[in-house]
Design a protein around this ligand. Structure first.
Ligand SMILES: [Zn+2]
Length: 243
């Protein structure tokens, strides 16, 4: 008798995770009658954070399903926008995603970021403790069971990364309300309160100031590079409002 086998078809959105030979159509895969479907899919290389519905012979099954010989499995991507139940939507980014972190903060999205490599266990523990969605391009990190929630960042381009996260999670956008340096909330400040951080020209030219409640950094209208204004305008044009 042949070894038990199933057929697995991975959605095109998830093809990036699997070897080339398995990308097209339903490919046969040996199963042991003990491992869960979730384990089988992870073994293929697909992080479960990226998996939406699992459909076996036209019937949706949980990741705990134990596949039996002859079954055909369709692996679908997470539905967008993805709702993360249980806590306000907030993120934790690993050391490689600093630009994305600053851009999310620029848009007012609660974004913690580790600027040093604290290691996967510490990142996963922080995600759990603070109920933050872990964003990473590290599949090993996304496999950690302690994570509150996680998502793979598909692109290496910060522009595309931002569009991907905004499209996937549809966070509420409140531009210019958070410190891009530390994620603290900005509050209105008087010119006197932030005077020690201003050059003379700035003191004369501007009257509307804000200060980070966390690190004290001063912000003022007009201090933004045109590039930052453009990022905000693009994000609002495409992603603001209810979806
Ligand atoms: Zn700050």
């Amino acid at each position: 008798m042949n070894a038990p086998q199933i057929h697995v078809e991975v959605a095109p959105e998830l093809a990036v995770f699997v070897p080339h030979a398995r990308r097209a159509g339903a490919t046969p895969l040996a199963v042991d009658g003990v491992s869960t479907l979730g384990h089988v899919i992870e073994s293929l290389g697909v992080p479960l954070t990226e998996v939406g519905a699992l459909v076996v012979d036209d019937r949706e099954v949980p990741v705990s399903h134990i596949p039996a010989h002859g079954e055909s499995v369709a692996v679908r991507p997470v539905a967008r926008p993805q709702r993360v139940p249980g806590a306000p939507l907030r993120f934790l980014l690993d050391v490689h995603l600093g630009t994305l972190a600053r851009r999310l903060r620029l848009l007012g999205v609660d974004t913690a970021y580790e600027s040093t490599d604290i290691g996967d266990p510490a990142l996963a523990a922080r995600s759990a403790a603070e109920q933050r969605v872990m964003l990473s391009r590290d599949r090993g990190l996304l496999r950690r069971r302690e994570l509150w929630a996680g998502a793979f960042v598909y692109s290496t381009s910060p522009d595309e990364q931002l569009r991907d996260v905004l499209d996937r999670f549809a966070p509420e956008l409140r531009p210019w309300t958070r410190c891009t340096a530390c994620n603290g909330l900005l509050r209105e400040a008087t010119k006197e309160e932030v005077a020690d951080q201003l050059a003379h020209g700035t003191q004369r030219s501007y009257d509307v100031f804000a200060q980070c409640a966390g690190c004290g950094r001063a912000y003022w209208k007009g201090a933004h590079h045109e590039q930052l204004e453009a990022i905000v305008e693009r994000a609002l044009a495409e992603f603001a409002g209810d979806r």
